[in-house]
Design a protein around this ligand. Structure first.
Ligand SMILES: NC(=O)c1ccc[n+]([C@@H]2O[C@H](COP(=O)([O-])OP(=O)(O)OC[C@H]3O[C@@H](n4cnc5c(N)ncnc54)[C@H](OP(=O)(O)O)[C@@H]3O)[C@@H](O)[C@H]2O)c1
Length: 333
C-alpha cells in the first residue's frame, strides 16, 4: 500500500522558496517525492544551493527541482511565475503561496507611508491573486490534457533561470500546446478569461476530482496569526493576511466541487530572517516567547510539515481550513 504522504508524480510550485518557511517546504515536498519549482527574488545563491540539495534540475525535463527568479508584486507577476513553472515542469498539482513581506519596524497608522501600504498589499496580496488565478486555470486544463506523471522531454539547463530568458531554451509554444500551458503564444494571452476555459467535468474519477484517490490540485496560502487577530502597528501586513483567509474560504467553496482543495496555514512566530531582528532583541524576543503557550517560537520545519500534509491524500477531506500552527497562541480559525 502506498504511504499516504507520498507525493510521487506531483509537481509543486512554492513561492519564496529560497529561505525560511518556503525553503523548508521545498525540502519536505521533495522528501515526499514531488518535483518542485520554487521562486526567489534576490537570494540567488541560497536558491541555487537548495536546488542542488534537492537533486538538481536534471536534464530531461523531469528534473526534481528548479528555481525561478521572479519578483512578485503584481497579478501579472504571479501569472508569469506559474507559466514559467509549468514550462519548466510540464504540469502543476500544488501551489504554495508562501512569499511575503513584513516591515519589522512598528509603524503607527497615522505615520504609515502610502508606499509601505501599497508595497505590502502588492506583494502579499496582488501577486497571490495572479498566482491563484493562473494555477487554477492550469490545474483545470491539465486534467483534460495530460495524466499525472506525464513527462516533458527537456528542461531548463540552469539551476536558476529568469522567465524573461524563456524556459531554458526549449520552445514554450510547443510545450504549451502539448501540456496544457495557459499561453501558447506568450504572456499576453495568459488572460483571466482564458484561464477559466476549463476541462469538462466528468465527475469523480480515480484521477481525482473529488475521490479519495486524490485531488485535481491543492492550493495552500500562507497567512499569519496577524490575519486572525490583527497586529498593532503592522496594519498593512495584517490586512493582507486577513485577506488571504477570506480568499481561502471563498476559493474553497468555489473550487472544491472541481476537485481543487484550497487551504491556509496561519503560523505564529517562526524563527526566520523575517522575524530575526525582533526575536534577537532581548526585550521583545523574551516577551514574544512568553506569550506562546508552548514557550518558544516555531522552527520553519514545524510550519512546512502542516503545509505538506494539506497537500497529501491524508488531508483528502480538508478544504477551506485555516490551520493554526502557532504553539497554541491564537485559537481561532
Ligand atoms: N517568520 C514568521 O514569524 C512568520 C509568521 C507568520 C507568517 N509568516 C509568513 O510566512 C511566509 C514566509 O515567511 P518567512 O518567515 O519564511 O520569510 P523570509 O524568511 O523573510 O522569506 C521570504 C521569502 O519571500 C520572498 N520574497 C520577499 N519579497 C518578495 C517579492 N517582492 N517578490 C518575490 N518574492 C519575495 C523572499 O525571496 P528572496 O529570498 O529572494 O529575497 C523569500 O524567499 C510569509 O508569507 C510570512 O508572512 C511568517
Amino acid at each position: 500500500m502506498a504511504f499516504a504522504l507520498d507525493l510521487d508524480g506531483k509537481v509543486a510550485l512554492v513561492t519564496g522558496g529560497s529561505r525560511g518557511i518556503g525553503a523548508e517546504t521545498v525540502r519536505l515536498l521533495r522528501a515526499a517525492g514531488a518535483r518542485v519549482a520554487f521562486s526567489f527574488r534576490k537570494a540567488r545563491a541560497q536558491a541555487e544551493a537548495l536546488v542542488a540539495e534537492c537533486g538538481g534540475t536534471g536534464t530531461a525535463g523531469d528534473g526534481p527541482c528548479v528555481a525561478i527568479e521572479q519578483d512578485l508584486s503584481t497579478p501579472a507577476d504571479g501569472r508569469k511565475l506559474v507559466e514559467s513553472a509549468v514550462a519548466a515542469m510540464s504540469r502543476l498539482d500544488i501551489l504554495v503561496a508562501n512569499h511575503g513581506v513584513w516591515e519589522a519596524e512598528d509603524v503607527p497608522i497615522a505615520q504609515m507611508a502610502d508606499a509601505q501600504w501599497r508595497h505590502t498589499l502588492a506583494v502579499n496580496l496582488d501577486a497571490v491573486f495572479g498566482l491563484v488565478q493562473a494555477a487554477v486555470g492550469q490545474m483545470l486544463r491539465q486534467s483534460e490534457f495530460a495524466a499525472p506523471g506525464a513527462g516533458p522531454e527537456s528542461s531548463p539547463k540552469n539551476s536558476a533561470f529568469r522567465p524573461s530568458e524563456g524556459a531554458g531554451g526549449f520552445s514554450l509554444p510547443n510545450k504549451a500546446a502539448r501540456f496544457g500551458v495557459a499561453s501558447a503564444t506568450g504572456l499576453s494571452s495568459l488572460r483571466p478569461d482564458r484561464l477559466f476555459q476549463q476541462a469538462p467535468e466528468t465527475g469523480a474519477t480515480t484521477s481525482g476530482t473529488t475521490g479519495p484517490g486524490g485531488a485535481r490540485g491543492h492550493i495552500v496560502l500562507i497567512s499569519s496569526t496577524a490575519g486572525q487577530r490583527g497586529e498593532a502597528f503592522h496594519a498593512d501586513y495584517a490586512v493582507t493576511k486577513g485577506a488571504l483567509i477570506s480568499l481561502t474560504k471563498s476559493l474553497s467553496t468555489e473550487l472544491a466541487p472541481k476537485g481543487i482543495m484550497v487551504n491556509c496555514v496561519a503560523p505564529g512566530w517562526v524563527a526566520t530572517d523575517m522575524s530575526k531582528a525582533t526575536l534577537a532583541d532581548p526585550a521583545t524576543g523574551e516577551k514574544t516567547a512568553a506569550a506562546i503557550p508552548l514557550g518558544r517560537v516555531a522552527t520553519p520545519r514545524e510550519i512546512a510539515g502542516p503545509i505538506v500534509f494539506l497537500c497529501t491524500p491524508l488531508a483528502g477531506f480538508i478544504s477551506g481550513e485555516i490551520l493554526n500552527v502557532n504553539g497554541g497562541a491564537v485559537l481561532v480559525g
